[in-house]
Design a protein around this ligand. Sequence first.
Ligand code: UD1
Length: 371
Amino acid sequence: MTLKPPKRVIHLIAAARPNFMKVAPLYHELVKTEWATPILVHTGQHYDRNMAGDIMDQLALPTPQISLGVGSGSHAEQTGNTMIAYEKVCLKNRPDLIVVVGDVNATVACALVAAKMQIPLAHLEAGLRSFDRTMPEEINRIVTDRLSDILWIPSEDARENLLREGVSEEKIEFVGNIMIDSLLMLKPAIENVKMAEQLELQQKKYGVVTIHRPSNVDEREILGTLVDAMIRLSQNVPLVFPLHPRTRKQLEGFGLFEKLKTCEGVTLLNPLPYIEFMSLVGQTAFVVTDSGGIQEETTYLGIPCVTLRENTERPITVSLGTNRLCSANVAASMSISASMEMARGAKIPPLWDGETAQRVTQSVCKFFKSC
Ligand code: UD1
């Protein structure tokens, strides 16, 4: 009688809002195999229902088997506390592989734990670079990639970045964009919820705004310029603005909240769950954002996206997709017809096809020589 080999224990690390859409498709794919036991680890960087719980439920993620409960703090506090808590978990029950996603503080924290304990480490969404080290996420990306044994890239530009940094070619695998797997998985629910109708907005006759990056919201002058620009833009076209907790806190602290709240053309909302948010994006004329993931989702959907940043770690969304980088003042003078023009000739990047989780699972299987 041949004994079945024990299942490989794979930790999937999720910390903040954009991580849940990246781990969910992989979790569902790994659970189907006979050789893997995926364990969801939630570090707790985002902890509110509307930043984490609702989104995890919509993506049919289970209650995390491991919760570190780290919460908010400075960069050092978040990174250090995550390392301390996660090392304890790994000392007690050592996984066979740790998968980190994206570029948040917990990504780099868990990558450091993996490397120091010599546990194999894989980075999903590796190789993205903005070449702007003032962005905390850029530091997290560089360090995580340096430490990873497997680097799953969403686009070919990422391969060039990694090779330039001396990563060996055999560690890099082009798997596509896993966010699109989540988007396609929930497409029927997204089409069903009709958020624009609920908010009494006409399809393709409004804009969606999301802003939360420290570089845009942590200084009064910059945030004030953005608020004025949004107010001017809202004179052309109604805007819906789901407020990230960081942005709300800063607007209130700088005395800008009332100005925006009382502006007739602007609807302020709490952060939305994934399905409701994507429904709003699916029906909008354009998006104004500083998010990373939304640049990709709009490119997939062919929705014009104006990114309020000087650079992007996702250049394919500009070269192939519907994304344009610009300042707040230029965004303020945008019209719907100008935004429509932006989307002309745009394409969906290769392997953004809803099958990334399958490719990643194949790659893990090969790594363990289980296939
Ligand atoms: C983090 C990530 C960023 C990602 C963003 C998505 C880093 C360095 N940044 O930024 O890459 O694009 O998440 O949202 O990891 N808060 C709540 N409720 C929550 C979570 C946070 O009120 O559920 C508050 C925190 O107390 C804090 C603020 O929001 O005051 C910001 O949270 P934080 O995790 O520090 O960073 P983000 O700005 O969300």
